[in-house]
Ligand binder design. Structure first.
Ligand code: GLA
Length: 391
């Protein structure tokens, strides 16, 4: 089993805390966003992958008519009622669980409370979606324990609503879908209008590094929401000026943007260019991967970062420096910020046989350029969320 040591630690801690064994244990991974930035809520396309870091969630029912959730790293316990639970202001990690359970409750009310604990190894603040991993392992475990039938799209939407209503971030569905639908060794290409998912095998010659320069990363401070609003304002404008229907920026091409951008507020126009360009890059990337052109695919990652930096302005100096230094490192094919932005990590596409040396070279070059440290981790595209106990 992947991350067996984390699973073992969770079982031990669960037994010590609750004096019993769990009935169900689930697992959900974090994700990397490979190409297609801020396209999900614009009904566009994304290449992503579930990763080899994730969170386990252990649960059993109780007779106390209350839900208990313990964060296994902090060993803090939060209790909340079976129905009508609201967001907490202390131990705010619990909001991802409370919000997800509230969504599942609306599908099928629970008749008994639960005793639960989670433990994971998704590095926090890396932009690897530790919160979506927590929501999706909560969802999988609660569905199994209470025999709630729900497909992956329903679970992803419940996680998204938890982020919005309990944690304050109006995110799209990317993180949850990636955590649920990952396949070992594969990229996941999602169409966020139809929610059709394809898996794409990049082959063994390339892999990913995540580079974290430890810039502050906060999606809930309003930046994400203002970017999303600008995209929606731009879509409403294009719906008026274009001769065909526009439900979202997915329906607008770069050529149409170019022809009509003058009618938009200059900042809104710049913001809109990013997801429109990203959609085109994902489709071009799919065609390049089909031909096995990994060098061409890597160049699209660099172009994506440039668009983030100059048009969407969701990068930061630290991430710009990481991407810049990767261009000097042998074996690197492409690099870009991954996820919401304003901090977090850069994802690097690298030739597998040069990956270890490249990881060291990136950290050294970053340090030489900035005097600061950049943490580099190897990422393997991995399977999505599942029930791990009972097997
Ligand atoms: C965050 C959000 C996702 C997506 C990305 C940007 O990860 O949670 O829904 O919008 O940012 O692509």
């Amino acid at each position: 089993m992947i991350n067996q040591d984390v699973y073992n630690e969770l079982l031990e801690k669960y037994k010590a805390h609750y004096g019993k064994a769990p009935t169900v244990v689930s697992y959900a991974p974090g994700r990397i966003e490979v190409l297609g930035n801020h396209t999900d809520y614009n009904e566009g396309y994304v290449f992503s992958a579930a990763i080899n870091y994730g969170t386990f969630f252990a649960i059993s029912t109780n007779d106390d008519n209350v839900n208990r959730i313990v964060a296994g790293d902090l060993m803090h316990e939060v209790t909340f009622p079976l129905t009508g639970a609201t967001a907490v202001t202390k131990d705010t990690w619990a909001n991802y669980v409370i919000g997800t359970v509230a969504g599942l409750n609306a599908l099928k009310p629970q008749d008994k409370g639960f005793d639960a604990m989670f433990l994971g190894n998704v590095p926090m603040g890396f932009g690897l979606s530790s919160s979506a991993a927590l929501e999706m392992c909560t969802a999988k475990a609660v569905c199994q324990l209470y025999a709630i039938a729900a497909d992956n799209v329903t679970l992803a939407k419940i996680g998204q609503a938890a982020e919005r209503d309990y944690a304050g971030c109006p995110c799209g569905l990317l993180d949850q879908i990636s955590s649920l639908c990952g396949v070992e060794g594969m990229l996941v290409k999602t169409d966020f209008r139809t929610l059709d998912i394809e898996t794409v095998d990049m082959g063994p010659s390339v892999c990913f590094l995540m580079c974290n320069p430890h810039a502050k990363h906060a999606l809930v401070d309003g930046q994400y929401a203002t970017r999303r609003q600008a995209c929606e304002d731009a879509a409403a404008y294009f719906a008026k000026v274009l001769p065909h229907p526009v439900a979202a920026l997915r329906d607008v091409s770069m050529a149409e943007w170019e022809a009509h951008k003058a009618g938009l507020d200059a900042t809104v126009a710049k913001r809109a260019a990013h997801p429109i360009g990203e959609d085109e890059r994902v489709l071009e990337g799919a065609a390049l991967l089909a031909k096995g052109d990994l060098t061409g695919f890597g160049k699209l990652l660099f172009a994506s970062h440039e668009s983030s930096r100059t048009m969407f302005e969701n990068s930061c100096t630290e991430l710009d420096n990481v991407v810049e230094v990767t261009k000097t490192v042998e074996g690197v094919l492409g690099a870009r910020l991954s996820g919401g932005g304003f901090g977090g990590s850069a994802v690097v596409l690298v030739e597998t046989d040069k990956a270890e040396a490249a990881a060291k070279a990136i950290a050294a070059a970053y340090n030489a350029k900035t005097g600061a440290d950049c943490e580099v981790s190897m990422i393997q595209p991995s399977r999505g969320a599942s029930i791990v106990y009972p097997a």
